[in-house]
Write a protein that binds this ligand. Structure first.
Ligand code: ADP
Length: 393
């Protein structure tokens, strides 16, 4: 509440205020982003002796559901002063002033949040004043909007809050508690530097039109400075995240290098421990395997020499080609042998017939022998036929 303005708050000689600031100077301001793990977004603002924490949750389901808006998100803001935030213990019950500040902050934020992107949901903003020193609504608005940005809530712009006021007939920027109480009036504003829009403007006290215009102008200049602080705070947070992500591959690379070292060491050790007998045994067992699989050692030797020069995919295709060529050659060879054997068999049969004819006319006794011989030969023929079939198979 503005005072009568009779208390001396500005040094006439130096023009400095009670805390040593010039009329257009902000209090030392700092913002930390992402200070709460359990909130979707958060920000802690230090503005002079003000310490204010803002936490954002959402967009999330709204309870009770009948409060949900069918076409957009509901922005709910809860401004609370801690019982220990002021010199005299503040009642924990929400006061009318707290409800009023909650409403004006939520209205200001509603103007920049793209609420239509999240129909039937709620975006909840909890503001806790840990330490109050004048101008808490403006600092709260700044913290809340920074926390919304931290939560990744889409917005048209970022709002920065600051007040300008009248102290000893001088328009000053960013009033502290004593100036707020003993000064002639104050004008808190919420201003978006990117949009060049005022989303909150209140007036307490009496101003001339010139003083009002001067105060608004001064507040806008202050808001632009706060906007830079907000941007810097958000950048710092995301620079940290980027650094964390950028750090991971380096660690992985280092781990990989360590692993490679261990592997190469163990390989060297195992190579040293293997003697020639073991190598011979390994080769012998490989050969047995080859025989089992029907693949020839020569094929594999060719494969290996080619494999070393080409990629793994090429290796596989070449190996398949070589195996196919070998199989075809093998089949050709088998059919050639079969043909030769058939020809020989036909010749034998013809000779046998001739012998039988000549023997049949001369000696019947010998005929039995011939028959026996013939039987034996036919048995041999059968065996030969069987062999041919086996080879063809
Ligand atoms: P703002 O904090 O935005 O300037 P007000 O003008 O209503 O809002 O409050 C002025 C200042 O008065 C506050 O910043 C705070 O320091 C102080 N104040 C507010 N409420 C209380 C309270 N219940 N007890 C003590 N001091 C208070």
């Amino acid at each position: 509440m503005a005072g009568d303005g009779s208390v001396k708050l500005i040094d006439e000689k130096t023009g400095k205020r009670t805390d040593g600031r010039k009329f257009n100077e902000l209090r030392p301001t700092k913002i930390e982003v992402g200070v709460l793990n359990n909130a979707d977004g958060s920000a802690l603002i230090y503005m002079g002796n003000n310490k204010i924490l803002a936490a954002v949750y959402g967009p999330r389901e709204l309870h009770p559901k009948h409060l949900a808006l069918p076409d957009r998100a509901l922005v709910q803001c809860y401004y609370r002063m801690s019982t220990f935030s002021v010199a005299e213990r503040k009642s924990p019950a929400p006061s009318r002033r707290e409800r009023e500040i909650s409403k004006v902050i939520s209205d200001a934020l509603n103007s920049v949040i793209l609420t239509k992107d999240f129909p039937r949901t709620t975006i909840d903003i909890y503001i806790q004043v840990l330490q109050a020193d004048g101008g808490t609504r403006c600092a709260s608005l700044t913290a809340a909007c920074t926390a919304l940005a931290d939560a990744g809530i889409p917005m048209r712009g970022i709002i920065s809050g600051v007040a300008a006021g009248l102290v000893n007939d001088t328009v000053v920027l960013d009033l502290h508690d004593i100036e707020d109480q003993k000064g002639s009036g104050d004008i808190p504003i919420g201003y978006s530097a990117t949009l060049d829009e005022i989303s909150l403007l209140q007036l307490d006290g009496v101003f001339t039109i010139e003083q009002f215009e001067e105060a608004v102008k001064l507040a806008i200049e202050g808001a632009k400075q706060i906007y830079e602080i907000q941007k810097e705070a958000l950048r710092e947070k995301y620079a940290q995240i980027r650094a964390e992500f950028a750090g991971e591959p380096e660690e992985e690379e280092a781990e990989e290098e360590d692993t490679m070292e261990i592997v190469s060491q163990s390989l060297a050790e195992s190579e040293a421990s293997v003697d020639e007998t073991a190598i011979d045994e390994a080769v012998a067992s490989e050969e047995t395997e080859e025989k089992k699989t029907g693949e020839k050692t020569t094929i594999e030797i060719e494969e290996v020499s080619e494999v070393e020069e080409v990629s793994e995919v090429e290796e596989v295709s070449e190996v398949e080609e070589v195996s196919e060529v070998e199989t075809d050659e093998h089949q050709d060879l088998v059919s050639d042998i079969a043909e030769e054997l058939n020809e020989e068999l036909d010749e034998d049969e013809k000779e046998l017939e001739k012998e039988l004819n000549s023997l049949g006319t001369e000696k019947p006794e010998e005929n039995d022998d011939t028959t026996t011989t013939n039987t034996t030969e036919s048995e041999d023929d059968e065996t030969e036929h069987e062999e041919i079939n086996d080879l063809e198979e």
